[in-house]
Design a binder for this molecule. Sequence first.
Ligand code: MLT
Ligand code: MN
Length: 308
Amino acid sequence: MAHAVVLGSAAGGGFPQWNSNAPACRRARRGDAAARVRSQASLAVSANDGDWVVLNASPDLRSQVEATLCLQPREGLRSSPIAGVVLTGGDVDAIAGLLHLRERHRFAVYGPSRVLAIIAANPIFDVLASDCVRRVVLPLDERIELAGASGACGLAVVAFAVPGKVPLYLETTGQDPGLSEEGDAVGLEIIETTTGKSLFFIPGCAAMTDELRRRLASSALVFFDGTLWRDDEMIRLGVGSKTGRRMGHMSMSGEDGTIAAFRNLGVGRRIFIHINNSNPALLDDSPERRMANAAGWEIAYDGMEVTL
Ligand code: MLT
Ligand code: MN
């Protein structure tokens, strides 16, 4: 039976974020049980327990592996059950962890062509030597089988474009580049090939579209962008100048928010992931958490396990 482990549940920066002295981050730092520490968003999935596929390589990947028994070496002097990494975008919090995976382990990096192009253009990623680490382009809307250490691993993936942004560090003009729907940000459907059961992983999405609605309707399990509670949350808190929409993220609440957008979709299990340290729903004792739970949403936490 395929299962998934949440390696990290927070947005870029994690919780607490290194330079944040906001009340919620202070609670996390002093070990408050209702303000659980969270690393940056990533999911590991396996259908056979031997091969694991990591969805997004967060900057916290090294400590995520050390916190997750199933991702640790089991054989010989050097090995890893990590058979592949699938990327949903080129943001720092999705790709920086690839640098932890140098050391000549054989695996594959899968991503849409725009994201693989970003990696190819930056020579620091050549530490993943191409004779060990295959780059596999995921054509949008096409089902691709994922490889294990020997043969298929029992999982396939479909990558599909969602409204999103180019990574912040590629916004060279300082102007809002606007939303892209060409595969700068993608969602993933991960399918267990023997049963056809699947989960969706969509850690960044700027808007619900008719196409996305059709794709997700009646699905069993969706991990979805939970960056902000309110679109103007960072401005109101005085910690940023951008709205969620400007950053390529839908917000949980509000008329255009995620909770409203999913209300009649018939999705079985809805789990927010990629939750920013400014989002009060992170806190177990907040009214926003109660509202999200009451609307049928779970809030991912590091180490959370789900079965397909
Ligand atoms: C995002 O999710 O919007 C990005 O990860 C932001 C960032 O690069 O810090
Ligand atoms: Mn992010």
